[in-house]
Design a binder for this molecule. Structure first.
Ligand SMILES: Nc1ncnc2c1ncn2[C@@H]1O[C@H](COP(=O)(O)OP(=O)(O)OP(=O)(O)O)[C@@H](O)[C@H]1O
Ligand SMILES: [Mg+2]
Length: 506
């Protein structure tokens, strides 16, 4: 349920506004001035704040600034007397959604809140930007890259027909999500979606698992059992890891696909079926056909409508929206209020190659959620394999200026077929007091010419030496200004045999 905070020093007005709202639709809380409002918003998440302008302690305008700085997605509606309308206009310039004149009419209030939530929803859905596939258990299919937009439109069209679909893609690319989307946004959605992982069932039990068996059909079959095909009647049967099914089952499956009938083990009665088959694999079925381990006729039956999911490294545009999505998901799961991923951490996420695709990203985000004590996911809470991505080789000369640590920026990535991708690291200038004394702090790297590990280590080493020189060998200062956790800094110095004191020229 949406949470609304009503802020006014006039207790009567708060009550009137709150009572116009509750009605089981919203959770409404109250605060008596700007300062209390800011504290509450920091302590708990709110979707919308209704706020007076003139209040003791902290004015509505000041409170608005702080609330927006804390979480820009919170909608703020200003309540104001006509005489303060200038303030209200100023407030909208500062990010308030809109303002309402006092005395507040409840129908106007309700209407404006409704509109505010509608536009908030639109913004949210834009940031994930995928059609709604009505997935169960609150899952969403996220993606805004052109590659995924194409997939979404294919799913949208295929959901309406009954033809078999073969979903292909590396592990963790979302094959099961596609299968669910096909089911839950199509006409079969009110019947079952049944998934079988073909690699998890022993060959001897597979036929019975698929088609069921009669009592006494084989040793151990002490009662009749219906199979997954029957269980999925009217719905969708998802055959995951189809590349793993043994030859004997391939023939039987082919027959079922052709005849739309099957026979339970030990039975002489054929059962007609109305089940849509969706299969998935990360195996190269063409190679398997060549070496005789997958039947070509079955392949053609299944492959009528193929969907090929691109690996995450080929659609890095999706990393940001996926990380937002997982932030929302894990905030709920872990009761946290993390606002997102820092720019530096995001740059690293974009630089990683993601062999485990979205599942790996999901795990990395979850790992970070458990560790992160700050309000943003920072580099420090990313796993080492990602923290250590910073690949670079110093080139060119001085970029003297003010340096507060290296900020990673992904550069134009090279062709994604390469094992390692190109990352640009550039020193980031801000208003820190210390100035770099000279050597190269601008890095660019053309990966093919270099060895990844060696280049990475060379960069780290140069960076550390440079930072120590600037901060006169002082560990604490170097750690703070160069934005390296002290522990990491000490570990790296040890690794590279760098003696901090050597750089103290006082
Ligand atoms: N585009 C996406 N948006 C949101 N979540 C996604 C997306 N793609 C995948 N996921 C999530 O990533 C995880 C892995 O996805 P899924 O199980 O569908 O992959 P898979 O291709 O079937 O992997 P495998 O081959 O290993 O079985 C799931 O938790 C899924 O919800
Ligand atoms: Mg899967």
């Amino acid at each position: 349920m949406r949470r609304i905070l009503v802020v006014d020093d006039d207790a009567d007005l708060r009550m009137t506004v709150a009572s116009a709202l509750t009605e089981g639709q919203y959770i409404v809380e109250q605060a008596a001035d700007g300062e209390e409002a800011v504290n509450r918003v920091r302590a708990k998440s709110f979707d919308l704040v209704l706020m007076d302008v003139n209040m003791p302690r902290l004015s509505g305008i000041e409170a608005l600034k702080e609330i927006k700085a804390h979480d820009p997605s919170i909608m703020v509606i200003i309540l104001t007397a006509y005489s303060n309308i200038r303030d209200a206009i100023e407030a909208t310039r500062l990010g308030a959604y809109n303002y309402l004149e006092k005395p507040v009419k409840s129908e106007n209030l309700v209407y404006m809140i409704d509109q505010a939530f509608k536009s908030q929803n639109m913004v949210k859905s834009l940031s994930y930007s995928a059609p709604v596939f009505n997935l169960p258990s609150g899952n969403e299919f996220v993606g805004q890259s052109n590659e995924m937009k194409k997939i979404f439109s294919v799913i949208d069209r295929l959901a309406r027909v009954d033809t078999a679909v073969l979903i292909r893609g590396e592990s963790g690319t979302g094959k099961e999500l596609v299968a669910q989307s096909l089911h839950y946004s199509g006409p079969r959605k009110d019947n079952r979606f049944v998934a079988i992982n073909c690699s998890a069932i022993p060959e001897s039990l597979m036929e019975s698992e698929f088609f069921g068996h009669e009592k006494g059909a084989f040793t151990g079959a002490d009662s009749r059992k219906i199979g997954k095909f029957q269980y999925a009647e009217g719905g969708t049967l998802f055959l995951d890891e189809i590349g793993e099914i043994p030859a004997s089952m391939q023939v039987k499956l082919l027959r079922v696909l052709q005849e739309k009938k099957f026979t339970p083990v030990g039975s002489n009665r054929e059962i007609e079926m109305n089940v849509r088959i969706v299969a998935a694999t990360n195996r190269n079925l063409e190679v398997m056909i060549k070496d005789g381990s997958f039947r070509e006729d079955l392949f053609y039956r299944l492959n009528v409508l193929p969907i090929q999911l691109p690996p995450l490294r080929e659609r890095k545009n999706d990393i940001e929206s996926l990380s937002k999505y997982f932030t929302d998901k894990f905030n709920q799961r872990y009761q946290k209020k993390i606002r997102g991923v820092s720019d530096e951490a995001l740059a690293l996420l974009k630089a990683h190659r993601w062999p485990g695709n979205i599942r790996e990203l999901e795990n990395v985000m979850e790992h970070a959620f458990v560790l992160e004590m700050e309000e943003m996911i920072t580099i420090d809470s990313l796993p080492e394999k990602i923290r250590n991505i910073a690949v670079a080789t110093p080139i060119g000369s001085v970029n003297s200026g003010l340096v507060s640590g290296a900020i990673l920026k992904t550069g134009t990535t090279t062709d994604s077929d390469d094992d390692i991708e190109e990352v640009n690291l550039s020193a980031h200038a801000d208003s820190s007091e210390v100035s770099m004394d000279g050597s190269a702090m601008s890095f660019r790297m053309s990966v093919q010419k270099f060895d990844f590990q060696a280049s990475k280590e060379e960069f780290e080493k140069q960076f550390l030496i440079e930072a120590l020189r600037v901060f006169k060998g002082k560990i604490n200062q170097t750690a703070i200004h160069a934005n390296i956790p002290k522990k990491t800094l000490l570990r790296k110095l040890e690794k590279y045999g760098i003696i901090a004191k050597d750089y103290n020229n006082d």
